[in-house]
Design a protein around this ligand. Sequence first.
Ligand code: UDP
Length: 239
Amino acid sequence: HAPTRRYRRVVVKLSGEALQGSAPHGLDAATLARIAADLANAAAAGHEIAVVVGGGNFFRGIKGADSGIERARADSIGMLATVMNGLALEQAVEGQGRAARCLSAVPMPSVCESFSRRAALHHLDKGRVVIAAGGTGNPFFTTDTGAVLRAAELSADAVLKATQVDGVYTADPKRDSSATRYERLTHDEAIAKNLAVMDTAAFALARENKIPIIVFSIAEEGAIAGALAGTSRATLVAP
Ligand code: UDP
């Protein structure tokens, strides 16, 4: 797809799972360091980077609701999980010598700054990696939707959706060897095909605001630079 300069400001969506590496749950230090280095390198190359972190490596609201916790309350636990990841990632990016700021959509001022569009834009302008935690700050949403929301608010050029595979496939490539990868899809197609890569709310918000989504694999070192440069395999979801 398009050259690097097209993606000056981007929102990178990292699931909790991406930070978990081979650990059974929670965080894996080596994986965090690798991804943080990727983020720091992208920022050093002149990209403005905002990251939206998930929390599934610690807790997911839907699963909590299945085990008897009221859904809205379970989602609060999930949002707290994303803040744990955000703080760990903030540390890891700073460990790479790049300033980073974790901003939480759920205000917890003794822990980190609260998310506001103004604060996020300020930190991006200073070259800091912004880590937007707490999802949208509301239950019944996902961090995928949070990523698209932040991209819209911050006028980002794209959402880089990190996954475990190098794009969107016709079926799960880990289970079905005949699955093929889409090079490009429209938002309409992504919604109509009910592709599992992001929820419909996230795709719909991206469609409405004409935000391209690049689905790429975070498994390798340099994955984010590759996705930004268009040199790695990925699926582009765009109008
Ligand atoms: N969550 C929420 N509102 C949001 C974003 C997230 O309530 O705007 C909660 C929800 O319970 C979700 C959990 O936080 O299951 C973790 O986020 P997500 O499942 O998106 O994380 P990921 O799958 O990306 O690791």
